[in-house]
Design a protein around this ligand. Sequence first.
Ligand code: ATP
Length: 223
Amino acid sequence: MRIAFFGGTFDPPHLGHLTIARAAADRLSLDRVLFAPVGSQPLKQDSSIAAFADRMAMVKLAVAGDPRYAASDIDAPRADGQPNYTIDTILRLKDTLNVEDRIFCLIGADSFLSLRHWYRAFELLFACEFIVAGRPGFDLADAEQSLSPSARIVGDPMHTPGLDTVKLTNDAGKHATLYFLPDLHEDISATELREALAKPGTPAQELPPSVAEYIQQHHLYRG
Ligand code: ATP
């Protein structure tokens, strides 16, 4: 099985998330994409977010249309109140899989370019394969710089339509592979969507209709 962990705040899940998941699943022949709302995002501690139960309910609605997608509670709020760290989640996920399974971490270019600030980032980079989706305003050409000095790119990237494959290594001689989806330019952000939804009468564009309905029924994001 080829399984991607797709973590995020999903506050709310939007069409940008679905577009990058579809591109990743199609281009890397993924069997499963696990959309996992995060209980507590280590780098977004001070921003107020909808309750985990609401974000999970919206993710379940958003993933309903594609049999390759599933909502996962693997990143649910921790009993000890600590933030959820992706390295812990990936290692836990690996424990539940077979040795022949391949595990990927799907993220947007904005998140990837901030990876060096993540907890045990350079261990994470070699613990799974990363799929990085392009995002307006973030240049994947900056990726090498953001990896340095703990990891470096080996050789030239391999280009196939819609997919760049990059090999990485580190001083300990470990190897990893990164996959870039460079042609994705989804100009959608959850922050901007929440701001728009706070204004009365704003049409819920850029949301799956079932998610828009949930937001309306549960009075979420009202100003
Ligand atoms: P915000 O705009 O508030 O930062 P977000 O939609 O980026 O919200 P998350 O829900 O945490 O935030 O995103 C989950 C993952 O999806 C992250 O890895 C993020 O980089 C990626 N992502 C979200 N929107 C896009 C997009 N438009 N293009 C590419 N990647 C995206």
